[in-house]
Ligand binder design. Structure first.
Ligand code: EPU
Length: 344
């Protein structure tokens, strides 16, 4: 690995502990850690050939499981900024730097009354990560508000500016997880938000909680936070990375067969041929909800969440998630796929 002697001003550390940089709390080291406090510093990384050797861009570390020490460079974008790029009577266009906390953006929306991201309040992580897995919650996906994503192709340092359709967003998926995986550095995300009240109450749990209440930006955000707190662990107390698995999409024919044995299986329509099931329910039926092996386990209030109760080692977390996959496959003949990035 080239030494970082040419990298000026930036925070560069060697054999750096990542425990405080991943919400799973995995106590692993990385060979080199570089924090970027200004967008332009990416050019210093290029000059030092950082992108030619193993590297991983780590945002808030809330969707990553390190299964071992990382023998490469972890690059942590920490540059911030929310700028208004365009505005009319009905909408506003914001350019938000990749290193901005997602919660800072939703706080900003709450303060200025910009509508669109309220159902996504409370999601941990950085803005630059949000398009990568197309974060979603309570009937809204971030793609619904993204106008474009800017950054650099790390292979040649060409800048890119990709519109939402070009980003090929899907359920917990995008071009950045496929064709551009490991090849792009996102510097900013542009959001088109509404200045006029406009709510999405299609998600049943949210609609139920809001029944009889006149929706406002504030009460939707507060309700979403309440629902999240009732189901998901407080990451400041219990290590986890939110939903560990994606909800599986299966053929309708297979779903009909499963219903004979499991008549209460929840499903969401995808199209004529496919339905999406609730992985949490499958895991619960496989007997894993609330199960704990040492300090690793499955959260008692939402079986989609793999948790570290304290000092679980990466191999213990890996054992639990692989056993869950195995048991769900045995019971339903459905293979669960992790939603979390698993870094070897
Ligand atoms: N369910 C169970 N047992 C469980 C968990 C869920 O039976 O342990 C059932 C629920 O009763 C419900 C259905 O599964 O009928 C769906 O549950 P929920 O509304 O909690 O949503 P989810 O599908 O389990 C997804 C996202 C979450 C997001 C919520 C709300 C994925 C992988 N997860 O969970 O995202 O907050 O919907 O929109 O799509 C995340 O990505 O980290 C995350 C937390």
């Amino acid at each position: 690995m080239p030494l970082a002697v040419s990298i000026k001003k930036m925070i560069v550390k060697f054999d750096f502990p990542l425990k405080a940089y991943n919400t799973f709390g995995m106590d692993v080291l990385c060979a080199r850690f570089i924090q970027l406090d200004a967008e332009e510093e990416i050019h210093e990384l290029d000059k030092a050939n950082v992108f030619d050797s193993p590297h991983y861009i780590l945002g808030g570390g809330s969707n990553t499981l390190f299964t071992n020490h990382y023998n490469g460079t972890v690059i942590h974008p920490a540059f911030k900024g929310i700028d208004i790029m365009d505005e009319d009577a009905e909408s506003i266009l914001l350019r938000v730097a990749a290193g901005e906390e997602w919660s800072a953006l939703t706080d900003y929306c709450r303060e200025h009354h910009y509508y669109g991201l309220e159902n996504l309040v409370g999601i941990p992580g950085l803005v630059g990560s949000s398009p990568v897995q197309n974060i979603g919650a309570y009937g809204v996906e971030v793609k619904d508000c993204i106008e474009k994503v800017e950054g650099y192709y790390t292979g040649n340092m060409q800048e890119f500016s990709l519109t939402a359709p070009q980003c090929q967003f899907g359920y917990r998926n995008s071009l950045f997880k496929n064709g551009l995986k490991g090849k792009a550095f996102i510097t900013s995300v542009w959001f088109r938000l509404s200045k006029v009240p406009h709510f999405n109450l299609t998600y049943k749990a949210l609609a139920n909680a809001m029944a009889g209440v006149e929706p406002t930006l504030e009460n939707i955000m507060d309700t979403v936070i309440g629902i999240r707190n009732s189901k998901l662990p407080d990451i400041t107390k219990i290590g986890c990375a939110g939903s560990f698995f994606k909800n599986p999409v299966i053929p309708r024919a297979q779903y009909s067969e499963l219903l004979e044995q499991f008549p209460d299986l929840v499903s969401y329509p995808i199209d004529e041929e496919y339905v999406k099931l609730a992985a949490g329910q499958l895991i619960e039926k496989a007997g894993w909800k609330g199960k704990r092996i040492g300090d690793a386990g499955i959260y008692p209030f939402q079986a989609l969440v793999v948790v570290n109760y304290g000092n679980a080692k990466p191999e213990e977390i890996s054992y639990v998630y692989q056993r869950v996959i195995f048991d769900v496959q045995q019971l339903f003949d459905i293979r669960l796929n992790p939603e979390v990035n698993i870094i070897a």
